[in-house]
Write a protein that binds this ligand. Structure first.
Ligand code: RB5
Length: 149
């Protein structure tokens, strides 16, 4: 993971957890592009989900992490951007499966649900688990064929 680039973003409800996750990613030696927000002042999650999802969709970074209160709003927005497979992973098992079967390229988490330690464990597994390919690749290709995005 050293040197790997990743985008990160949050709204006000995810700000504290974003800071903890960003520090953790930097400890792992990753290059982090932080799209904000940069305080707990109230903002709108679609702005941050769109920015991070665009960066991944355009290939500026291979993966992204988005955090709001629940992870739900970020997931809804990010999955409307072409090529994005955003997964709201609130357990290590979901993080593993979102990579192995779904090749998720954006991880979303709930800042009002997860502790920093829980989030770090989820992030580590999500970063380390490879996509299995095979029949799962066929299914992912169908997403594009069926929806165009
Ligand atoms: C903000 O209160 C909250 O709605 C937002 O962080 C997010 O969880 C929405 O899905």
């Amino acid at each position: 993971m050293i040197g790997m680039s990743i985008a990160i973003g949050s709204d006000h409800a995810g700000f504290d957890l974003k800071e903890a996750v960003r520090n953790y990613l930097e400890e792992l030696g990753m290059t982090v592009k932080d799209f904000g927000t940069f305080s707990t002042d109230s903002v709108d999650y679609p702005d941050y989900a769109f920015a991070v999802a665009q960066a991944v969709s355009k290939g500026q970074v291979p993966r992204g992490i988005l955090i709001c209160a629940t992870g739900l709003g970020m997931t809804i927005v990010a999955n409307r951007i072409s090529g994005i497979r955003a997964a709201n992973c609130l357990t290590p098992y979901l993080a593993k499966m979102s990579r192995r079967d779904n090749d998720a390229n954006i991880l979303t988490m709930g800042g009002r649900i997860l502790s920093p330690d829980q989030a770090k464990e989820i992030v580590k597994i999500w970063l380390e688990t490879p996509f299995e390919g095979g029949r799962h690749l066929r299914r992912i290709n169908k997403i594009r064929e069926l929806t165009g995005g």
